[in-house]
Write a protein that binds this ligand. Sequence first.
Ligand SMILES: Cc1cc2nc3c(=O)[nH]c(=O)nc-3n(C[C@H](O)[C@H](O)[C@H](O)COP(=O)(O)OP(=O)(O)OC[C@H]3O[C@@H](n4cnc5c(N)ncnc54)[C@H](O)[C@@H]3O)c2cc1C
Length: 293
Amino acid sequence: MDFLRPLTWQDALAAKAARPGAVPIQGGTDVMVEINFGSAARRPEALLDLNPVRELAGHEELPDGTLRVGAGVPYVRLIAELGDRLPGLAQASRTVGSPQIRNRGTAGGNLGAASPAGDCHPPLLACGAVVEAESAARGTRLIPAADFYTGVKRNALEPDELIRAIRIAPASGPQYFAKIGTRNAMVIAVCSFAIALHPRERRVGTGIGSAAPTPLRATAAEEYLSTELDWEGRGPLPDAVARRFGEFVREAAAPIDDVRGTAGYRRHALAVLARRTLTWAWNDHRAARKEVS
Ligand SMILES: Cc1cc2nc3c(=O)[nH]c(=O)nc-3n(C[C@H](O)[C@H](O)[C@H](O)COP(=O)(O)OP(=O)(O)OC[C@H]3O[C@@H](n4cnc5c(N)ncnc54)[C@H](O)[C@@H]3O)c2cc1C
């Protein structure tokens, strides 16, 4: 197996163009597991090590205020440096693996792996994040998170493309992520859910994880809630609204029975997570409204 080690982003793109079969490696917390447990026939012809590429390791604010987070920023830095502006993604990052995994693992790698159970996906969907992909031949391509996941562990990247960054607007309202596992840490989600309130636009974002072949939004739930909420925050969240929202989320899922849980349990749990995270978000929203009035 060849080991390619470009030092710059342009060289990384050129290497991927020349060797589309080369597998990018960032933190390696998915790639190395695959290689170590996979059969010899599944060993890649080459690994493309992106760790030396400095362009992937930073984050910046674009002129319109959007954050551009390099694909190689590890979870520990997402939490420490961006947790105030990207609270949903930071909450999800805190639930990934162990400290060792969070030191090495990245949201870029989570997107590359595109597991339906990946923890970054629900908050990226709820926040309307955009994946910045790039190739030497065609330049930059912006792919909305909702279009990025194309199947189980499959994504929209072309063989010569790499993920450069994630573009995501800083939170303009409360965001929450909740995950159910078979224990409290080092666990793949049985199911997960993220919500983001966007009060300025009177809009709600959602993301469901580990309950369909791909991560997905609950669009009917979003539409229902966007019109039902009293965005002035004048009262507590009506029980009926929370319940109906949970039902919409449950209906959006398409889970399977597997070793981690049954489809029926996942649907039930998602409705609970949806009601719970909505209640937390709504209470924060009301508190914030009271402060400004
Ligand atoms: C013990 C353990 C616990 C874990 N727990 C969790 C968990 O709780 N939640 C969770 O979601 N995941 C978990 N994971 C999986 C893994 O840690 C995450 O998916 C992590 O985000 C992968 O990031 P990475 O940088 O290590 O990716 P890598 O392993 O380097 O790469 C992952 C995939 O992305 C591709 N890739 C990487 N960078 C790029 C790029 N710039 N452009 C294009 N493709 C790219 C790679 O080719 C590969 O297909 C766990 C893994 C282990 C070993």
